[in-house]
Design a protein around this ligand. Sequence first.
Ligand SMILES: *[C@@H]1O[C@H](CO)[C@@H](O)[C@H](O)[C@H]1NC(C)=O
Ligand SMILES: *[C@@H]1O[C@H](CO)[C@@H](O)[C@H](O)[C@H]1NC(C)=O
Length: 179
Amino acid sequence: MDNMQPLCLVFLFLCSTLLLQWSQGCHPHDRSALLTFKAGITADPSGLLRSWDSATDCCSAWDGVACDAATGRVVNVSRPGLFSGPDFISDASIAGSLSPALGDLFSLRLLDLSNLKQLAGPIPPALGRLSRLEHLLLDSNQLTGCIPSAFANLTRLRKLSLGNNRLSGSLPPSMFTSP
Ligand SMILES: *[C@@H]1O[C@H](CO)[C@@H](O)[C@H](O)[C@H]1NC(C)=O
Ligand SMILES: *[C@@H]1O[C@H](CO)[C@@H](O)[C@H](O)[C@H]1NC(C)=O
C-alpha cells in the first residue's frame, strides 16, 4: 500500500493542474487578438492596458475584459482601466489605431472604446464579422474614414455610438432594415 502514495500525489497534482487550467479560461485565440490590438497602441500614458499581460489570464486578470465563464471566449471589452488606478477615465487617453484583429473576437457582445480621445485611423471593416455584437461604442476619438459597409452584417446591434470623431459618409442603409 505504501508505494501507492506517490502515485496518488502525482494524480492529485495532475488533477489540480488541470482544474487550474480549466478555470483560467482565456481562449488563446481571443488573447492573441487582444494582444494584437494592444500592439497597435502607440501611447498609453495612464497605463489603461497595463494589466494586459500575455502571462496572465485575460478573463480574470485583464482590466475591462469579461469572458463567458463556460467557453472562455471574450464577450465584453469595455474601456479598460475604468475601475483601476487613481485616474478618472475621462482624463485618460489611449493613442493608436483599431486593429482588424478585434474582428477575431467571435463571441464579442460589447465593445466600448469610447472617449479614449486619441484612437485614430479607420474603423476596420473586420469589425463587421462580429455577428454577436450588441453594443459598439467608439465615440469621442479621432477615427477617420467611412463607416464600413460590412457593418450591415451586425444584425444584433442594439446600440451604436460613433459620434465625436472625424468620420465621413453614412450608415449602410441595410442596417435599418429589420432582420
Ligand atoms: C457584459 O456587458 C453586459 C452589458 O453591460 C453585461 O450585462 C454583462 O453582464 C457583461 N458580461 C460579463 C460576462 O461581464
Ligand atoms: C456579411 O456576411 C456574409 C456571410 O458571412 C458575407 O458573405 C458577406 O460578405 C458579409 N458582408 C459584408 C459587407 O461584409
